[in-house]
Design a protein around this ligand. Structure first.
Ligand SMILES: [Zn+2]
Length: 392
């Protein structure tokens, strides 16, 4: 920590004193206390770490972060960067009503923000709790991932469930992003996931900025750089992954009900949808369950009722065949958007027709038992057609 309370109740910030000797002279013999738990603090003058305050034991629960050098530096740089554009920025602001200490706090004319610079893994429940507590005090939490915790930013990345938690979306007009900050370069990183094949492969568009903005403008997210890779993955999924043990249930279901091997699933399964990030379950799998449950059996020219599709889907979530991603910072929409978008995508490729927002009609029969060669070809035709539609 950089900010402590003095005996007289005033605050003392180490960042006001750049010179180490000054700090030592000023603080000689003085007692400092934690603004949150009021316990005595130690002033630490580590050679490696910056001068900072620390609890005698590590048991203050106002902050979620253990204070590594990286975190201390990040907090300092973040504070300075925000102060540059907003003079109402405070460092380590304590909020008594929720017993939280925000790393950096900012009050603008119409909003309050708590910045949490997170460099260590915390549990999902703690993440959710801290988020809810801020929100209950009408403070908007801005969770920022330590860049170090993200590793190299590549066009294709494996995002962990912990990293996915940081996905934030503030309104329906802008796509969701993960925000990271690097104290060494003083850069903010905005990461926009553009498509995920599965939990280990997510395509990212990214940009950096010298300053923080709540509503960044990102261009060119929709370039489908993943197309060939995805077609290759889909092929491999048919050939190899469909035989894997975790797919036993889906494989049996597919064979028993539809009388086709899972490797020959219709090319209509495994299509990109804008809300793909809502599902933890890989795109081919969740769409296969949906397709087999709600579409495959529907006779040609019959109606597909959206509430029924959603009910079937919910049953799969309950049965753990499909996992929804918990995204506490995504404030618009739900996983149901992904379901409806999938139906709309089937409309785009001519498999369904949308009659009302809740009624679709099946207008094309799946190709009966095509060969592996035919089905690969079909995968490419369908995906290229879809991407072509998006461009025009
Ligand atoms: Zn404390």
């Amino acid at each position: 920590m950089f900010v402590a309370k003095r005996k007289d109740g005033s605050f003392f910030s180490l960042l006001d004193w750049k010179n180490r000797e000054d700090v030592e002279r000023l603080t000689k013999g003085e007692l400092f206390f934690c603004p949150a738990c009021h316990r005595a603090l130690q002033l630490k003058h580590g050679q490696v770490r910056k001068v900072h305050f620390a609890h005698m034991n590590d048991s203050c629960n106002a902050s979620s972060e253990s204070e590594t050098l990286y975190h201390l530096e990040g907090k300092e740089k973040l504070y300075e960067s925000l102060l540059h554009s907003h003079h109402t920025t405070t460092l380590e602001h304590y909020i008594p009503s929720t017993n939280q200490r925000a790393d950096v706090y900012l009050e603008t004319e119409n909003r309050k923000y708590a910045f949490e610079f997170q460099c260590s893994t915390i549990s999902k429940s703690e993440f959710n709790l801290r988020t809810k507590l801020y929100e209950s005090s009408h403070i908007k939490p801005i969770w920022i991932l330590g860049k170090e915790k993200l590793g190299n930013i590549e066009p294709q990345m494996k995002l962990s469930p912990f990293q996915w938690q940081f996905l934030q979306r503030h309104n329906a007009h802008s796509p969701p992003y993960i925000l990271a900050f690097c104290p060494k370069s003083t850069l903010y990183y905005y990461l926009y996931p553009s498509f995920s094949f599965n939990t280990s492969s997510t395509y990212i568009s990214s940009m950096t900025s010298k300053s923080w903005t709540e509503h960044p403008i990102m261009q060119n997210i929709q370039n489908a750089s993943w197309k060939e890779h995805f077609l290759h993955y889909k092929k491999k999924w048919r050939y190899v992954y469909s035989l894997y043990k975790p797919h036993n249930l889906l494989r049996k279901y597919c064979y028993a009900k539809m009388n086709i091997p899972l490797s020959l699933f219709p090319a209509e399964i495994g299509l990109p949808v804008p809300s793909f990030y809502r599902l933890h379950t890989p795109v081919i799998e969740w769409q296969a369950w949906l397709y087999f449950d709600s579409i495959y059996h529907t006779p040609l020219h019959s109606i597909i009722h959206v509430p029924t599709v959603l009910r079937n889907f919910k049953r799969r979530i309950k049965g753990s065949q499909i996992a929804v991603r918990e995204l506490p910072l995504v404030k618009v929409g739900s996983y149901e958007d992904a379901v409806v978008e999938y139906l709309d995508t089937l409309v785009s490729i001519g498999a369904l027709k949308r009659e009302t927002p809740v009624i679709y009609r099946k207008i094309k029969k799946e190709l009966p038992f095509p060969s592996m060669e035919d089905v690969y070809k079909q995968d490419r035709i369908v995906l290229e057609y879809l991407l072509h539609l998006k461009q025009s």
